[in-house]
Design a protein around this ligand. Structure first.
Ligand code: CBF
Length: 824
């Protein structure tokens, strides 16, 4: 402890240039972070060296998004120095919790996809997999959300302003990134046509490394994020003519590439700068991977034995064309050889079946920005379509393909002709990878049967499932110390590394003393949340209420509106005196809407309007409260999830690829009210469906309902309570003086086809909520179920997911000496 104290003081003085006697929490947080980083870097160097020494096959995880959140507490726990740090900082006059508050939440992603990437890096580090995360160091992460007059207002997330004590910026290792220009053809000595791309513009990519430690194993992996740097500091012509601003203009223009994260989740905006970001990130990464590979290898055909590249969605899919370009134009390999290398190296994860999220790029844009890549894509397509024809004519594919060959070719082509001629990035990713995986069982089945059914027929082995998982280090141990300590006192700490050990809790569910202790831990978390809400929102929570939580991105398919209709109905019953048996509850909502997503923003507004009305109504507000949590982010989730009793996972069946919030809640003992969707299905199967509140129509039932003509008006006319709730929303009951403010929401349901079947599931949802309320009154039974939920969540660890990727896709093994959690 004395050593850590000394290091902290030294950093306050020599790294931060401050007086240690002036007790600034900000300085002490930074100094502590630097002292922790000192303790990581030796192991990081040893880890990286061991990969070379052992010629380990490496895994590169390419993701345009990460959501690491805050690092301090997690890193202290991984290093096993949490208690030491707590005491050391207390001796220096600080509470560790207060210092941790100083850290900026690193929000380099939109939601589930980015957070999954961060969980996966944590698991690779803990399992000793030689892994690297690659991404972009955005200067501005996901916007900061404030709620003003009930509406979402976006503010810039200037997280770099205060520096980042965790990162190493490596300004001496810059990689060139080229755009535009032209392609010249030439003939090599064997008479083969060759191509050289001379680019118009060049930007530089600078690596910023963030260290990701494993749990108690001395294994530290790297998350390398690229930051754009101009290759011209000043344009001297401008400078000499006295135009100082002109001189820096080009620099600013170049560095714009890594300025800001695109804040849309599952909606593609197709902006030129976004494509630039993708290629910038991809080419720097591929150059770095090949640089490392070439240190030990000359023969490029050995690449797939040494390197596995996982594409996190299609955002980095241009990497396939980029690797082909390098192998063809720089290494001068033949097409077939280069293509085999690519397909054996790449694997692709799909995270959504929503059509609006499947990326396409206009051919005209690609031809201009990346002319050589567009040529390569055309060539990949031509060869692929010839192969399709061959397979379709063969017996293997059966009559189905053959009969309809032209249509089949149009459907699977990399190029879509309408509405504008574009490249389908998912098709590029499928063709260029040896594995395509979905992220939950139902999602994968839908990929095979609907979204990529043609590809499933063409490549029956390619599409596979890897159900998502979450890291128990952050989402149980670090986020929920009261519960973790209780668990550890009964079954030891092995569960942090091997989540299956939680099954040992099962017999304890029958023990009244353990149940009481479990409830006490939950209450402690609820009180912690109560204090936080008081500080942030100046609101008093009732901790005896059922805490019912719906936090995630705001999206129509996630159906926050269905929850809102339940709230309005409960409000009506209470004020009409029809709810004598109502179980008091506080309903929490939280989440960001894409700034350009009109309907999602209006949903936020409606939730806040309903909240204002309900909370101000003294007839009901001791029984029903509604809280909107502004600026939902990783660190907020870490506070809210441990305090949650009811987890809302109510997306339209078939629409949520997996969900990972659902896993975090159950792991922390919340009961789930949910639909038969995403990984919630597998959770219900693992836990026992009777221990969750499952309701609503299943995916195939919805398909048939749609086919037979779904008419939302029938539900409206047939259900008095539903009609009352919708009419109130449409009128100005929640928006006094602003008649029709929420009419777009209601019209969308009644006259817009209710694409996500909110009305179809309303009545069943109400029934399930009634079951929830009833069960909550029986605290012993509620607690028993809560314990069993957590106890059966072992499968949903990201360690299990990563082990499956390693074995079944990447063919990599953990580093020797680390497999049993022993440090190398
Ligand atoms: O697979 C991780 C998550 O990705 C999404 O968030 C996404 O961005 N496509 C999905 O919506 C989630 O279902 C999924 O858990």
């Amino acid at each position: 402890m004395e050593g850590l104290k000394k290091d902290v003081i030294r950093h306050v003085v020599s790294s931060l240039g401050s007086d240690y006697a002036s007790k600034s929490a900000y300085n002490y947080y930074n100094a502590l972070a630097l002292a922790v980083r000192d303790r990581l870097i030796d192991n990081w160097i040893k880890t990286q060296r061991s990969y070379y020494d052992e010629k380990a096959k490496r895994v590169y995880y390419l993701s345009l998004e990460y959501l690491p959140g805050k690092s301090l507490m997690n890193n202290l726990h991984c290093l096993g120095i949490y208690e030491t740090a707590r005491k050391a900082m207390s001796d220096l006059g600080f509470s560790l919790e207060d210092l941790a508050e100083q850290e900026w939440d690193a929000g380099l992603g939109n939601g589930g996809l980015g957070r999954l990437a961060s969980c996966f890096l944590d698991s690779m580090a803990t399992l000793g997999i030689p892994g690297y995360g690659y991404g972009i160091r955005y200067d501005y992460g996901i916007f900061h959300q404030v709620i003003e007059d009930g509406k979402q207002v976006e503010q810039a997330d200037n997280w770099m302003r205060v520096g980042n004590p965790w990162a190493y910026e490596r300004g001496q290792h810059l990689f060139p990134v080229r755009f535009f220009g032209e392609v010249k053809n030439w003939t090599d000595e064997y008479g083969r046509l060759r191509h050289t791309w001379t680019a118009g513009d060049t930007v530089l990519a600078m690596p910023c490394d963030m260290l990701v430690p494993g749990w108690d194993n001395h294994h530290v992996i790297n998350m390398r994020l690229w930051s754009a740097r101009s290759d011209v500091e000043f344009d001297l012509d401008f400078f000499n003519t006295g135009n100082y601003l002109g001189a820096v203009e080009e620099k600013i223009f170049d560095e714009k590439i890594s300025k800001v994260l695109y804040p849309s989740d599952q909606i593609e905006e197709g902006r030129e700068l976004r494509l630039k970001q993708q290629y910038f990130f991809v080419t720097a990464t591929i150059q770095d991977i090949l640089r490392r590979f070439r240190k030990k290898h000359q023969d490029m055909t050995e690449l797939p034995q040494s390197v596995a590249i996982q594409l996190n969605d299609t955002h980095p899919a241009i990497a396939i064309a980029e690797l082909m370009r390098i192998l063809l134009d720089e290494d001068l390999l033949d097409w077939e050889v280069a293509w085999d290398i690519c397909v054996s190296t790449f694997a692709y994860t799909n995270h959504t079946i929503l059509p609006e999220a499947l990326e396409t790029w206009p051919v005209s844009l690609l031809e201009r920005m990346l002319p050589r890549h567009m040529q390569i894509i055309y060539e990949i397509n031509a060869r692929f379509l010839r192969e399709v024809e061959r397979v379709a004519r063969s017996e293997d594919c059966g009559q189905l393909c053959h009969r309809d060959l032209d249509h089949l070719k149009q459907r699977v082509s990399l190029i879509q002709e309408r509405p504008i001629k574009s490249v389908r990035m998912a098709h590029l990713a499928i063709i260029g990878s040896h594995s395509v995986n979905g992220v939950a069982a139902l999602h994968t089945e839908l990929l095979k049967a609907r979204v990529f059914d043609d590809f499933q027929r063409l490549y029956p082995q390619k599409i596979n499932n890897k159900t998502n998982g979450v890291t128990p280090r952050r989402w149980l141990w670090s986020a929920n110390q009261p519960l973790s300590r209780l668990i550890a006192s009964h079954i030891g700490t092995g569960f942090v590394r091997n989540l299956d050990e939680l099954t040992q809790l099962e017999p304890l569910a029958a023990d009244p003393a353990f149940r009481e202790a479990w409830r006490a831990a939950k209450l402690e978390n609820k009180q912690r949340l109560q204090a936080y809400i008081k500080r942030k929102l100046m609101r008093e929570l009732h901790t005896e209420h059922l805490f019912d939580v719906h936090i995630k991105r705001i999206h129509e398919y996630k159906r926050q509106v269905l929850n809102l209709l339940h709230v309005v109905t409960a409000y009506n019953r209470l004020r009409h005196g029809q709810a004598a048996d109502f179980t008091p509850r506080t309903v929490f909502f939280g989440g960001k809407a894409a700034p350009s997503y009109f309907m999602a923003k209006r949903i936020i507004h409606a939730i806040n309007a309903v909240a204002a009305t309900v909370n101000a109504d003294s007839r009901v507000n001791d029984k029903l409260q509604v809280v909107y949590l502004p600026n939902y982010c990783v660190s907020q989730a870490e506070r809210v999830i441990p305090a949650t009793e009811l987890s809302e996972q109510i997306s339209t069946a078939g629409m949520e690829a997996s969900g990972t919030g659902n896993m975090k809640f159950a792991l922390n003992g919340a009961l789930t009210i949910g639909t038969w969707d995403g990984a919630t299905i597998e959770m219900a199967q693992a836990i026992g469906p009777e221990l969750l509140f499952i309701f609503g129509m299943r995916e195939d039932e919805l398909v048939s309902l749609r086919q037979h003509g779904y008419n939302p008006m029938l539900y409206y006319h047939g259900d008095e309570e539903l009609r009352e709730a919708l009419d109130m929303l449409r009128s100005d009951a929640f928006s006094p003086g602003q008649h029709g403010l929420f009419a777009p929401l209601v019209d969308n349901l009644l006259h817009g086809g209710d694409r996500f079947f909110v009305l179809a599931d309303y009545r069943q949802y109400l029934g399930a909520q009634q079951d929830v309320g009833r069960l909550y009154l029986d605290q012993e039974e509620w607690t028993r179920r809560s314990i069993l939920n957590a106890a059966r969540m072992g499968f949903f660890s990201s360690d299990r997911a990563i082990s499956q990727y390693a074995r079944e896709i990447w063919d990599v093994a953990p580093m020797a000496g680390l497999q049993n959690g022993k440090g190398a």
